[in-house]
Design a protein around this ligand. Sequence first.
Ligand code: PMP
Ligand code: GLN
Length: 378
Amino acid sequence: INSKLPEVSTTIFTVMSKMANEYDAINLSQGFPNFDVHPKLIDLVTQGMKKGYNQYAPMRGLMSLREIIAEKTNSLYGSKYHPDTEVTVTSGATQAIFTIIAAFIHPGDEVIIFKPAYDSYEPSIKLFGGTIVPVQLSAPDFKVDWQDFAQKITNKTKMVIINTPHNPSGTMLSKEDMLTLEKLLKNTNIVVLSDEVYEHIIFDGQEHQSVAKFPGLAERSFITASFGKTFHTTGWKMGYCLAPKELMTEFRKVHQFNVFCSNHPMQYALAEYLKTAEHYLSLPGFYQQKRDLFLSLIKDSRFTFKPAAGTYFQLLNYTKITDERDVAFAERLTKEHKIASIPVSVFNLNQQDDKVLRFCFAKTDDTLEQAAEILCGI
Ligand code: PMP
Ligand code: GLN
């Protein structure tokens, strides 16, 4: 077989979750909540099915859902996206990301990404003949060196992918970062893919800096969002993307032949559920309690950390424990200590090993307590 992705194997999320099951370990590797979805949201899906939302949804998404997404974006970021032409409902953020790349990347186009990066970006770019131009961010701060970034812009640069709050580091881009990016991209035709799936999972009273708030960025950007993260439903694979009309028109040309449309009764349910803004506005407090609980329980362990600023991931540095590579240590923790995590080097340029593991704290307090007890004994 003449593989289009010869270097790609099973993702680290599948590998670590499988290992966690095999060794009966607490699974803080793959990012997903282990607590219940709000019963009202489940009832609304059933209601949608009973009301007859059982056939194809409109290609762009149910209008009532697109309308409320546009309202929410306007109220949070002061930016206007037209529900008819600038909002599309997708089957999770991953499908939106893939479709954006498919719609815009020609062979030879360069795409700047920041490493460590969510694992779907690179294979999607390669499938369409794009060239990845990485900018490495390093522990513990993961700050962008904008001079390094600026040097990587060429006349072949077609797209830049940013992700804030950032998986796996839990850091966020600041207003200054966004203004710098806006300035550097001025007078170019570069498209920005802004992966904002953790927009509501932010701590310590910080503000999420969406590209929607920066006109010079918004005019060239796609925003991807995920209901999986926001409503604890990663298995539903529901999300959306936003972009100015000219960009969205190209997106939809591909989207209609990719999935055509997304799950219809779930779109009905999400449109109803979004009417109560508290459902997403309560998320920072909800997850901050979990982050703080987890960190307070492991503060006397030999792991060291900077508290995550956003996302439901916490990086822990283990240099006081061992000098093993992170992949080997993550495997040993799973097999011997019964706790699974994600080694961050798998997302880095040249597998750079910063000796940090990623732990997902989207778990019940009980699970976090059990996990902390193990970590304190290592
Ligand atoms: N981007 C990032 C940064 C993510 O962490 C995830 C979820 N792991 C996604 C995109 C994909 O979201 P979804 O599950 O909605 O496809
Ligand atoms: N986004 C999730 C994470 O970072 C995993 C998604 C997946 O399994 N593909 O853990």
